[in-house]
Design a binder for this molecule. Structure first.
Ligand code: PRP
Ligand code: MN
Ligand code: MG
Length: 179
């Protein structure tokens, strides 16, 4: 592989992710058991792998929509300024909504998106994040469902990038910088 100045070590296997998604889906099905349709909103780009696996495991009538938010650019640090680059295609007023994130780090992205979507008066809006890096939180927000709590390490794979790379790894890995 081309020199990229860092290596990636597996942290959470594809198999562990799949097993955790099965459990999460049973909980989501219970929470939205009476829904006529759940609008599952993926936050691009990071959630594209997670949402694909999630909706295929979820035994509920769903609509899939996407919203693109960006705060990191190509760096390792959050800019804390969340930009909406692409809005939802559909209306969510009066609808049941599940916002899907790959990772909650400082919390700025999810806080910003939830506030924006709540202005549209959904019926029930809940959130799910595959990974939670609680130690890094700067704003008081928790996803309703979390796949895995992780330590303060830069992670990639399963949709998550470092400078737009490694999103296609099938597992979650930690980045180790080379000296
Ligand atoms: C990453 C990640 C989350 C967000 C979490 O997105 O996918 O959306 O940062 O960080 P926060 O809790 O500190 O806000 P990024 O802005 O890198 O865009 P991307 O999903 O397109 O990679
Ligand atoms: Mn993201
Ligand atoms: Mg990113």
């Amino acid at each position: 592989m081309a020199q990229q100045g860092y290596t990636v070590e597996q942290m959470i296997s594809a198999k562990s992710i799949a097993a955790r998604i099965e459990d999460l889906c049973r909980e989501i099905e219970n929470a939205y058991a009476d829904t006529s349709k759940l609008v599952v909103v993926g936050l691009l780009r990071g959630s594209f792998v997670f949402i694909a696996d999630l909706v295929r495991e979820l035994d509920l009538p769903v609509e899939v929509d996407f919203l693109e938010a960006s705060s990191y650019g190509d760096g390792m640090e959050s800019s804390r300024e969340v930009r909406i680059l692409k809005d939802l295609r559909g209306e969510i007023g009066g609808r049941d909504v599940l916002v899907v994130e790959d990772i909650v780090d400082t919390g700025h992205t999810l806080t910003h998106v939830v506030a924006l979507l709540n202005q549209r008066k959904p019926n029930r809006l809940k959130t799910i994040a595959l990974l939670n890096k609680k130690i890094r939180r700067e704003v008081d927000i928790e996803a309703d469902w979390v796949g895995f709590e992780i330590p303060d390490e830069f992670v990639v794979g399963y949709g998550i990038d470092y400078a737009q790379r490694n999103r296609n790894l099938p597992f979650i890995g930690r980045v180790r910088m080379e000296d």
